[in-house]
Design a binder for this molecule. Structure first.
Ligand SMILES: [Zn+2]
Length: 375
């Protein structure tokens, strides 16, 4: 059987993708630079540039060079030709973002709304999506999809929450939650989504473990930029690693889980639910806050050391608490080193770069990737 036709088609696709990706990565790239960097002939580059321009994916973005007669046209991507919407659902809030093909948020909004499993709530989500689309004056075909991050475990198919104790929404389907949204929608675990965002637009580390220190503790295993979800979509659930076999009761029904000692409310409940206020008091030297923080760091260091023992990879600290951790990183590193029999350095420990909207961003980004993969 002759496969040469197929091979030619594959080569054409690969060349087109390589040209697009280099333009996306660098911006303002000339024909010559594309040909040289990708080792392609100028006619091949020219042909692909014409097609990509015709399809609306790239544009001429200026001229470079000193001599007027020899100035070369440079190209950039049309970053808003397709976009994706990401939603993060928490107990008290909804965050919605719109992300362009550069992975940049071009719209963000946070509203206070108590979660309830009802059609009113689901309708409200679709209203937020409509508002986003209207505000950005988007055409229907521009929206690649809507990703929804939730604090629950999602089936491998992405269609159902099979463990949702924190919001009491076990069994809720994507159709039930996103049925009023007129675009393709998918559910994501919030920690997985935040980890994905961090791996793609934050620290940009291909292999890492993302620790989500929100009102519950979760985690995501990132391998080559993709979330490793495990055999039954329960990977990375470090919140329920046992740190104290006879410790404090956890909402999961067990005792002494990491979640009990390191969720964000452990800190914020001392300052009327305001996490920022907790860190302000801590900075002022408030004794009660210092004691609570000491205990928090002690357990967080144990958890981090356990993760390092398992994966031997970079560990990114994120979630609500992660956003405040920078000034305490050295102290935390010191504690982690004390626990580690193999290492005297803990540079593997990083603070998240995507703060606040990581889960919403991470829910949108897979749709952006899908578009790019199809170009
Ligand atoms: Zn637990």
């Amino acid at each position: 059987m002759d496969h040469s036709g197929q091979n030619l088609f594959d080569t054409k696709r690969v060349n087109r993708a390589r040209i697009y990706n280099l333009i996306r990565e660098k911006g303002n790239v000339s024909r010559k630079e594309l040909a040289y960097t990708l080792q392609l002939s100028l006619p091949t580059v020219n042909q692909n540039l014409s097609e990509l321009m015709e399809d609306g994916y790239i544009r001429e973005s200026g001229l470079v060079g000193k001599t007027v007669g020899r100035r070369a046209t440079v190209y950039s991507i049309c970053e808003d030709v397709r976009v994706a919407i990401g939603i993060d659902i928490t107990k008290n809030h909804i965050i919605i973002v719109c992300v362009n093909l550069n992975g940049e948020a071009i719209y963000r909004k946070k509203v206070r709304r108590l979660f309830e499993r009802s059609s009113q709530y689901s309708k409200y989500l679709s209203e937020l999506v409509d508002e986003t689309v209207e505000c950005l004056k988007l055409k229907e075909e521009q929206v690649a999809g809507v990703g929804i991050a939730v604090p629950g475990l999602i089936t491998l198919e992405g269609d159902k929450i099979f463990y949702g104790k924190s919001l009491n929404f076990t069994g809720m389907t994507c159709k039930e939650l996103a049925g009023f949204i007129p675009y393709e929608a998918e559910l994501y675990n919030d920690a997985d989504a935040a980890g994905y965002a961090e791996a793609h637009i934050g620290n940009v580390i291909p292999d890492s473990f993302y620790v989500s220190l929100n009102n519950s503790v979760g985690g995501a295993i990132l391998i080559n930029g993709q979330v490793y979800r495990g055999e039954r979509a329960k990977s990375g659930e470090i919140g329920h690693m046992t740190l104290e076999p006879e410790g404090e009761p956890c909402f999961c029904g067990q005792k002494g889980c990491l979640d009990v000692y390191c969720n964000a409310t452990v800190l914020s409940e001392h300052t009327d639910g305001d996490l920022g206020a907790f860190f302000e008091s801590l900075n002022r030297g408030d004794q009660e806050c210092m004691d609570i923080w000491e205990n928090y760091l002690r357990y967080l260091a144990l958890g981090i050391n356990n993760i390092r023992m398992l994966f031997d990879c970079k560990i990114i600290l994120g979630g609500y608490v992660g956003a405040y951790l920078e000034p305490y990183l050295e102290e935390l590193k010191k504690r982690v080193i004390e626990k580690n029999p193999f290492e005297k350095e803990s540079d593997y420990l990083k603070i998240c770069k995507v703060k606040g909207e990581a889960s919403a961003m991470g829910a949108a980004l897979p749709f952006v990737q899908k578009v790019i993969d199809q170009i």
